[in-house]
Write a protein that binds this ligand. Structure first.
Ligand SMILES: [Zn+2]
Length: 336
């Protein structure tokens, strides 16, 4: 019995040892697996870490790239100031005009020689005025290098001795009310409404303003101009009458006015003229050929000739005492 007990005991011990052994083996394999996994994952981390150092240098590079560029751009004007798009000859010419091309967005490089020539002929003119006048065309004879007027059917349509309307006929011509005109006179809708408002306000202030000539067609001007030429010759006729296609009356935005009692050519003597000086711009009208501006407008002083341009433009022209020709080359040409 004792032997058997011993046998059983040792059997149990053997079993425990085997279990322990198996357990140990399992534990070991688990540990090695874990270690392997760790070993597999750590290289990944290393890779990530490697990538990170790779990315940080690139950030640095970016920073480095950024700062040298900035330095370069900062340096550029210092290092290469005269490496401009202009030749030395052009530089010299621009200097003669006080390099005003940087200030005026309507400066035309193509006109550089004309600006210089005009500036030398008119040394008292400011460089800005030189540019404006050459842009109008005033350095050249009237009716030379004429252009077709763009922006038809607009309040800012241009008509002068360098700009032809051709055989243009405006849209929306309407008859001015009988209480504000003598005879049948046509104006473009907006100008017609504005004129009647102005005429009615003048009336309530005690003044009489009426249209005595408004829209004139191309064909009408052909006959009118020819009669003047027959009477006075081309040179003389050109000082007071427009050639066909060049009359501002063809825009349908012009009213020649009188006060119903004295001749329109003496309108500057009428009290209505003073009223117009103070109030016309409020209704969008300007005195188109003022006294003292004959060399800009190309027309003798006409106290009776009013052009509708709209309230904004009229107000600017009134406040700055300029002509529509000067306004046009600065603010309309090439921009609208
Ligand atoms: Zn007129």
């Amino acid at each position: 019995m004792k032997k058997r007990k011993v046998k059983v005991k040792s059997f149990i011990i053997l079993g425990v040892v085997i279990i322990l052994l198996i357990g140990g083996i399992i534990l070991l394999t688990k540990i090695t697996q874990n270690k392997k996994e760790d070993a597999q994952s750590s290289p990944n981390q290393e890779e990530i870490e490697k990538e990170q150092p790779q990315s940080s240098p690139s950030q640095e590079e970016e920073e480095h790239q950024g700062s040298p560029n900035e330095e370069e751009t900062n340096k550029e004007p210092k290092e290469t100031p005269p490496v401009s798009k202009y030749t030395d000859e052009k530089q010299e010419k621009l200097a003669k005009l006080d390099n005003i091309q940087n200030e005026l967005d309507y400066f035309k490089m193509d006109y550089l020689d004309r600006y210089i020539a005009y500036s030398e002929k008119n040394p008292t003119l400011s460089k800005k005025d030189v540019v404006i006048r050459v842009n109008i065309g005033l350095d050249q004879e009237y009716y030379t290098n004429t252009k077709q007027s763009p922006y038809l059917n607009q309040n800012y349509i241009l008509s002068n001795k360098y700009t032809s309307l051709g055989e243009y006929v405006p849209e929306n011509l309407e008859e001015v009310s009988a209480s504000c005109s003598s005879g049948t006179r046509l104006l473009v809708h907006e100008a017609r409404v504005a004129f009647e408002n102005m005429c009615n306000k003048a009336k309530s202030d005690g003044y009489t303003i009426q249209v005595m000539s408004a829209y004139r067609s191309y064909q009408y001007q052909v006959g009118l101009y020819q009669r003047y030429v027959d009477r006075d010759g081309v040179k003389e006729a050109d000082t007071y009458s427009a050639r066909p296609g060049f009359s501002e009356h063809q825009t349908g935005l012009v009213a020649d006015i009188d006060n119903g009692s004295i001749a329109y050519t003496s309108f500057h003597k009428a009290k209505e003229y003073s009223w117009m000086k103070e109030n016309a711009y409020k209704y969008g009208f300007i005195e188109r050929y003022p006294e003292g501006k004959e060399n800009i407008t190309g027309y003798t002083y006409e106290s009776w000739h009013y052009r509708y341009v709209g309230v904004d433009i009229a107000t600017y022209i009134h406040e700055h005492n300029i002509t529509f020709d000067e306004y046009y080359v600065q603010f309309i040409e090439g921009k609208k």
